[in-house]
Design a protein around this ligand. Sequence first.
Ligand SMILES: CC(C)(COP(=O)(O)OP(=O)(O)OC[C@H]1O[C@@H](n2cnc3c(N)ncnc32)[C@H](O)[C@@H]1OP(=O)(O)O)[C@@H](O)C(=O)NCCC(=O)NCCS
Length: 163
Amino acid sequence: MPDSARVKKQTERCRIRRAKISDVPKIRELITFYASRNLMLPRSLQEIYECLRDYWVGEKNGEVIACAALHVNWEDLAEVRSLAVAEKEHGAGIGTRLLKRCIREAKDLGIKRLFALTYVPAFFERHGFHLCDKEDLPRKIWAECIRCHKFPDCDETALVLDV
Ligand SMILES: CC(C)(COP(=O)(O)OP(=O)(O)OC[C@H]1O[C@@H](n2cnc3c(N)ncnc32)[C@H](O)[C@@H]1OP(=O)(O)O)[C@@H](O)C(=O)NCCC(=O)NCCS
């Protein structure tokens, strides 16, 4: 491969990194895009700013094209949330890389159990998560779900992964 082509290929590879303040509008845009199609829960700008240190982003050619967050709930529990990849980038492994990054971070933090509430359980099952009853996640339900506009008629599927 000629050098110029190799450089182009490298610059086009998506880089997974920590989110920065300047990424927040784009993170919100990604989440809102899918939330408006009822594919994930919406997040306000305030929620994203407050939890900014939870977020990872995928950046390609200087543009944020994907995001995911690892949110710690308790000593033995954390949530993978707001996993979103721009439509034009689907199928390139970016969602998998973000999910794996969150799992690795949970391991590094010493967290024993991860969970996700999602409309795409099959994606998480491919990565070792298994279905569980929402009632098995009482800390999540009482800390956060109770404030959700869908509570108690949540139509998301709960999955867990023992890390
Ligand atoms: C789900 C999502 C994050 C996957 O990201 P991605 O970068 O396209 O995924 P990857 O390229 O890493 O993995 C693609 C694989 O996952 C599978 N996959 C993708 N979306 C899927 C879905 N909704 N259900 C089941 N499997 C899915 C693909 O079939 C593909 O399989 P293959 O490798 O055998 O071809 C992305 O489709 C997305 O942003 N969806 C909308 C938001 C959303 O539903 N987020 C989920 C968490 S709330």
